[in-house]
Design a protein around this ligand. Structure first.
Ligand code: DX5
Ligand code: ZN
Length: 228
């Protein structure tokens, strides 16, 4: 099995005035990577931060944490080089935000980052499929992008199941409303990269929540490999 269970807290719902220490805390609690939500107030109705913040974060937390940049921005082409220079590891852009995904995928690879391709709830998985063999990760949004703390959309799970059946070794990420109550659905459908914001950050015991999420996903992966 080429993929493994990975848990990436979304730091959107953390105390943004202490972002560096919050990232360190999440890594110390057993996170596999960090999911950083970039919003431009245009592609989504909210603004967060851009590459200058990522550059500072990288200096503050060191080289080790893997930064998955969730680029909820219009014209994602314009931030590839600045994000690579700032220390991003993966550039996850939205299919809805570009007219030339092929060229963008090429630019991201040339800049030395991994490629993630995200789809909003209204976008079909068939639209993502033509690019699946060229990307490192597919992100199936399980809320409308823009805000943390929304309700998980279970009706997105058929997209995950279909992707898993078609692309058995692809990293598949889910993002939005994922926590201990919803992780089983995600794991059964075949997601292996799990973004969790409020359920992890808002917990009194993030370490236990992260461990629980990983265990559920790892068990589903193992079961799938035995069933094959
Ligand atoms: C939503 C963001 C998510 C969000 C997840 O637009 O992409 O990463 O922060 O937060 P929760 O887990 O609280 O839904
Ligand atoms: Zn996100």
């Amino acid at each position: 099995m080429a993929y493994s269970a990975k848990i990436g807290p979304s730091i959107l719902s953390s105390d943004l005035s202490c972002l560096g220490s919050e990232c360190v805390r999440m890594m110390e609690c057993g996170s596999d990577y960090l999911h950083l939500d970039v919003m431009d107030g245009h592609f989504v109705p909210n603004i967060t931060f851009g590459h200058p913040m990522v550059e500072c974060l990288r200096k503050s937390v060191g080289q080790e944490p893997f930064f998955d940049m969730h680029m909820m921005v219009s014209r994602p082409e314009q931030w590839v080089k600045p994000m690579a220079a700032a220390g991003a590891n993966q550039y996850t852009f939205h299919l809805e935000a570009t007219t030339n995904p092929g060229n963008l995928i090429k630019e991201i690879k040339e800049s030395g980052m991994k490629v993630g391709l995200a789809i909003k709830p209204g976008t079909t998985v068939e639209e993502l499929a033509p690019w699946a063999n060229q990307i490192d990760m597919a992100l199936v949004m399980t809320v409308e992008p823009g805000f943390g703390g929304q309700k998980f959309m279970e009706d997105m799970m058929p997209k995950v199941s279909w992707l898993r059946s078609q692309f058995p070794s692809l990293d598949i990420e889910v993002d939005g409303g994922v926590g201990p109550d919803t992780i089983h659905k995600c794991a059964e459908a075949g997601a292996n990269m799990i973004v969790s914001g409020s359920a992890v950050i808002g917990s009194d015991d993030p370490r236990s929540v992260i461990a629980l999420l990983r265990t559920v996903v790892a068990e589903a992966i193992q079961k799938r490999s035995l069933d094959r």
